[in-house]
Write a protein that binds this ligand. Structure first.
Ligand code: ADP
Ligand code: ZN
Length: 724
């Protein structure tokens, strides 16, 4: 009897057993099609031998339908999937699904049909057709994608196809990517860069798991150094995965990569078109020696792809919060990257100027090898950082920039140097209220204020995407023209700069304005050619950019991140300010940083101003040790949600009421979660603080496994949570 157990992509169902029909070749990792009720489903063969006694007797097993023509997933990758599911308490199915990138990459053929506009006119114009034709200028994609883009039905588009207004284009998803050359433009490294590169290359030649923390100040040339490790992998026909925290950073990365290696790497992120995704997936599953992908640059989801011959993983800006996924499978890509390197037995490089305390601790305890780059490349000096006490030199009424900062900006403008203002708040104002009755605009689905976006004349929720037009009258008291914007967002700061320095050319950099690779490239070009005097931006401008003429950085509100006092507030503030400060003085001219604050005495701010990184990390280490927080203890969160507030509360209480009493695990709560209403669901939270040695996942699994809730209640587990 040939029985296999397959993992299917339905989190509600566990692995299922099937019979392998005569003559069908399957092995662990094979991707197969199987019957489920009346449907056909895709799954991955997980176990094929030594299966434990099964619930379903042999005679009742249904046979597999077929095997898909892709290489079976390797044991290393299956182990990574198992580890991730186990560590993060997530269903195996949900993790396995990420490997197949939602299945889309596999099922279809190597060729797909996309459509694009021709210059034919339809015989009869309808409003729908007009809308579609307007929206699809310059686009080429599958019918399904075009219909989403244009907001019309497939039927409308098919009509346009039959009239020759849209024409089919066959896309070959197996066409190879251009080859990168290991020695296209080899740089001269300085001594400490050379030492770092040598260590990476030695580790790659030796083989085996080797985790590195590349701890180098901003502008020290970390990228340049890990490029040498990539060069070694290219020469050996091994694949490299580079994880970046932000798609917006990809554009600048691609250009540097091209300059060094003569062609672009393969890009992977969630908004690829289906043809691009299929092409990338197939290339990744093919060894470079056979024309497959060499280097993949991607968002965190690139971690679970079936690399044919992975030789190196790099996580750039490894401290970034965006590596933590907070939906679906709640994992931290930085940590999973290291685990993948371990299973693949290859080196992993975590690069950062402001490493997470957890990473530093791993280096301290000898698990990671720490490699330091202590100074900037090419004689550039670190910027001079000082605080601006807003209580002593307040901005004028209705303004947010204090006079000393404005004075420095004006001096820069006179010398044709650039300034950068950082405020981590999109939009114009974080809160809008009625000056007559005090009514505040709140999201109907979330416990959050609506943020005014003046550029797009919208009030928007940054949590669920709800948007509405600012009304002419107050919805509460009916007064006309009564709305007042409270507090600043970057749009408002940009307006202020335009008012006080009308001759300055201002660039606003947020995910609202830099929302495509083209726009990102355009901004970088303008800034590099010095056609921009003042850059105003959110955290998007804190990393990666290298503008030699930028000599002044102003932090508009350093206290913002410290409010709320969550576990990582101090660390995040430190990282953001240190990163954005790192944009100043990267060329031959020295940089200066002014931090606006009401709490210059706060430990983080004082350490930043003193340029004393160790002081910050030491203080933070002590605080964490005292609190039993990571890396000394562990946190986990259980989030209970329902559309019905009482139901959520009761479920959370039921969980709290059965909390285990263990010496090394403390349970706090339940209490309303910080976002107590999110996307229409009421949320309660329990926090679990455990000693490092505690088997906290097992405790949670056993505890929750004994409880049963209605389907309308969602219980999610967040191991090593970030946002609390
Ligand atoms: P980091 O990532 O550490 O902030 P980068 O790798 O961006 O630093 O390097 C900062 C700047 O210095 C970049 O413009 C980079 O091209 C340049 N640079 C660094 N190392 C070298 C080198 N060995 N040769 C030439 N340019 C270098
Ligand atoms: Zn909302």
């Amino acid at each position: 009897m040939n029985r296999v157990r397959i993992v299917i992509f339905n989190a509600a169902l566990g692995p299922l057993d099937y019979r392998v029909p005569q003559g069908m070749q399957v092995e662990p990792g094979s991707v197969v099609v199987a019957p489920l009720g009346p449907r056909q489903i895709t799954g991955i063969v997980w176990e094929a031998e030594r299966l434990p006694a099964a619930e379903v007797p042999d005679a009742k097993l249904r046979p597999l339908i077929g095997v898909l023509p892709v290489a079976p997933l390797k044991a290393q990758l299956r182990r990574l999937v198992e580890w991730t599911a186990d560590y993060y308490c997530a269903p195996l199915a949900s993790v396995a699904r990420m490997v197949l990138a939602s299945g889309g990459a596999l099922k279809g053929p190597a060729t797909m049909t996309e459509y694009r506009l021709t210059d034919h006119e339809p015989d009869r114009m309808t409003p729908q057709r007009l809308r579609a034709m307007d929206a699809l200028q310059g686009e080429q994609a599958t019918i399904r994608e075009l219909s989403e883009l244009a907001g019309v039905s497939d039927g409308v588009l098919r009509g346009l196809v039959s009239q020759g207004v849209l024409e089919p284009v066959e896309v070959d998803c197996d066409r190879p990517y251009p080859r990168a050359q290991p020695d296209f433009a080899v740089p001269d490294l300085n001594d400490s860069q050379q030492h770092a590169a040598d260590r990476f290359i030695e580790a790659m030649q030796k083989g085996g798991f080797a985790p590195f923390l590349l701890d180098g100040v901003t502008g020290s040339g970390k990228t340049e150094v890990y490029f040498e490790a990539i060069s070694e992998a290219l020469a050996k026909d091994r694949q490299v995965l580079v994880l970046l925290p932000e798609i917006a950073l990809t554009e600048a990365f691609l250009r540097r990569f091209e300059n060094r290696f003569g062609s672009s790497p393969v890009v992977w992120h969630s908004s690829l078109k289906s043809t691009e995704r299929r092409r990338a997936w197939r290339a990744i599953a093919t060894p470079p020696a056979k024309g497959g992908a060499q280097v993949v640059v991607g968002a965190r989801s690139a971690l679970f792809l079936p690399y044919a011959n992975l030789g190196l993983i790099v996580v750039d800006e490894a401290h970034e919060v965006s590596f933590k996924q907070d939906e679906g499978v709640r994992y931290n890509a930085r940590d999973v990257a290291v685990m993948r390197a371990r299973f693949e037995e290859i080196p992993a490089i975590l690069a950062s100027a402001t490493p997470a305390l957890e990473s530093l601790q791993m280096a301290e305890s000898g698990i990671y090898e720490k490699i330091e780059l202590a100074s900037r490349f090419g004689g550039a000096t670190m910027p001079e950082i000082s605080t601006l006490d807003l209580r002593e030199t307040p901005p004028e009424r209705g303004r947010w920039l204090a006079p000393p900062l404005v004075k420095e900006m004006e001096a820069r403008l006179e010398r044709s140097e650039q300034s950068l203002l950082f405020l981590n708040r999109r939009g114009y104002a974080p809160l809008t209220l009625c000056r007559h009755c005090g009514y505040r605009f709140q999201c109907p689905n979330c416990s959050a204020w609506l943020v005014e976006h003046r550029l797009s004349s919208r009030l928007a929720c940054h949590h669920c995407g709800y948007e509405t037009q600012p009304p002419a009258t107050c919805p509460e008291c009916g007064t006309e023209d009564c709305l007042v914007a409270c507090g600043p967002g970057v749009e408002r700061i940009a307006d202020e700069v335009r008012e006080i320095m009308p001759q300055a050319r201002v660039a606003l950099v947020t995910s609202d304005t830099l929302n495509s690779p083209e726009k990102a490239a355009e901004f970088v070009q303008l800034a590099e050619e010095r056609l921009v005097d003042v850059i105003v931006g959110t955290q998007l401008v804190t990393k990666g950019f290298h503008f030699p003429e930028l000599t002044l950085v102003g932090v508009v509100d350093a206290d913002l991140g410290l409010e709320g006092g969550d576990l990582r507030a101090a660390e995040r503030t430190y990282q953001q300010v240190a990163q954005v400060a790192g944009r100043a003085g990267r060329g031959s001219k020295p940089g200066e940083v002014l931090i606006q604050t009401r709490h210059p005495e706060a430990a983080v701010i004082a350490a930043l101003a003193a340029g004393d990184r160790d002081a910050f990390y030491d203080a933070e280490t002590e605080a964490r040790r005292h609190a039993g927080a990571p890396p000394f203890g562990r946190w986990a969160a259980i989030i209970v949600s329902s559309e019905d507030e009482a139901e959520a509360r009761n479920a959370a209480r039921a969980i709290g009421g059965t909390a285990p009493h263990l010496p090394d695990v403390a349970v706090l709560g339940p209490a309303p979660a910080p976002m107590s209403l999110l996307r229409g669901r009421y949320r309660y939270r329990l926090l679990i603080n455990a000693r490092r040695s505690a088997q906290v996942q097992n405790v949670i699994r056993e505890w929750l496994g004994a409880l049963d809730f209605p389907r309308s209640v969602r219980v999610s587990i967040d191991i090593d949570p970030y946002s609390f």
